[in-house]
Design a protein around this ligand. Structure first.
Ligand code: NAD
Length: 287
């Protein structure tokens, strides 16, 4: 049985780790919040808790599913002295591609490979192993971990060199956030005009305004006031900021991305760190 490491057992990490277990892997796990480890630890001996970075030394592959680049850097650099040459770290978090490149260089010096393999599809697709996974890194490293990625995802795309997966993910989430904001604004203006909100979503869904928010978020998490999609507004704000900064860094500023960034940051400040990203709808409805 392959023993792999999995660090970061939040909304996404837990169902992803469960998919690896269902595929026959044994796991060494770690989360900064011990409560997040409990559900998986019920599955001992297949699951072991790491008491420190040294406990990952027997894993030839370690997955990370963490909030951002600051945390990924800290966690992975603490692991590094304990990893055998030839082992692979697969960062499945959504992170900053420039930081990922620097981290990849640090790991390369220790003969450890890094792949960035962020995901799209949310908690629902993570639970059924149907995530879209976009991979950055050396093409010859990917086959080593592809069978493991297949336990978690359906579409596994090699996007380019190290960092390319994280860049593609940030750009995807910017496009998704722009569509969410446009949809929320349209629903509020429609309502002010006297159109039923549900009817407007139905119209968009049957027309060229159809998008992931009209199909999978408006009725499911916004109009019904549930706001519990499992993807926080803080994480979405991080992704949009990465996309906007990527454009600036490449001297191709994206005017719409800058505005989406500003709107998302303001909402995150106003709604606080625990807000779900679908609460942008509520925020934009405030006059
Ligand atoms: P989350 O906040 O639910 O989980 C993050 C986990 O990391 C938490 O359990 C936290 O305790 C743990 N953690 C934080 N610092 C740590 C440390 N130093 N060591 C070990 N564990 C630590 O977040 P999530 O929604 O699971 O998202 C994880 C990543 O996946 C993020 O980068 C996010 O942008 C991305 N993502 C999320 C979704 C989604 O729908 N939630 C979808 C795609 C991608």
């Amino acid at each position: 049985m392959t023993r792999v490491g999995f660090i970061g057992l939040g909304m996404m990490g837990t169902p992803m780790a469960q998919r690896l277990l269902a595929a026959g892997c044994s796991l060494t796990i770690q989360d900064a919040n011990p409560a997040r480890e409990e559900a998986l630890l019920a599955l001992q001996p297949a699951v072991r808790r790491a008491d420190g970075p040294g406990d990952f030394s027997g894993c030839s592959c370690i997955f990370t599913m963490l909030p951002d680049s600051d945390i990924v850097d800290r966690v992975v650099l603490a692991l590094l002295p304990h990893l055998a040459p030839g082992s692979t770290v697969v960062d499945m978090s959504s992170a900053d591609p420039a930081r990922t490149r620097l981290l990849g260089e640090r790991l390369k010096d220790a003969h450890v490979d890094l792949l960035d393999a962020p995901v799209s599809g949310g908690v629902k697709k993570a639970a059924v192993g149907k995530l879209a996974i976009m991979v950055g890194g050396a093409a010859d490293v990917l086959p080593r971990v592809k069978p493991l990625l297949k336990a978690m995802g359906e579409a596994i795309t090699h996007v380019g060199p190290i960092g390319a997966g994280h860049a593609a993910k940030a750009l995807n989430n910017y496009v998704s956030a722009a569509a969410l904001i446009a949809t929320a604004e349209a629903i509020h203006v429609a309502a002010a005009f006297g159109i039923d909100r549900e009817v407007l979503v139905e119209v968009l869904d049957a027309s060229t305004g159809r998008n992931n928010t009209t199909q999978n978020k408006a009725r499911q998490f916004m109009l019904n006031g549930a706001f519990d999609s499992g993807f926080s507004l803080a994480l979405q704000a991080k992704d949009v900021a990465i996309a906007a900064s990527l454009g600036r860094r490449l001297e191709m500023p994206m005017r719409l991305a800058e505005q989406v960034d500003e709107i998302t940051r303001a909402a995150a400040r106003s709604l606080g760190p625990t807000a779900d990203h679908t609460e942008l709808y509520r925020h934009l409805g405030q006059r």
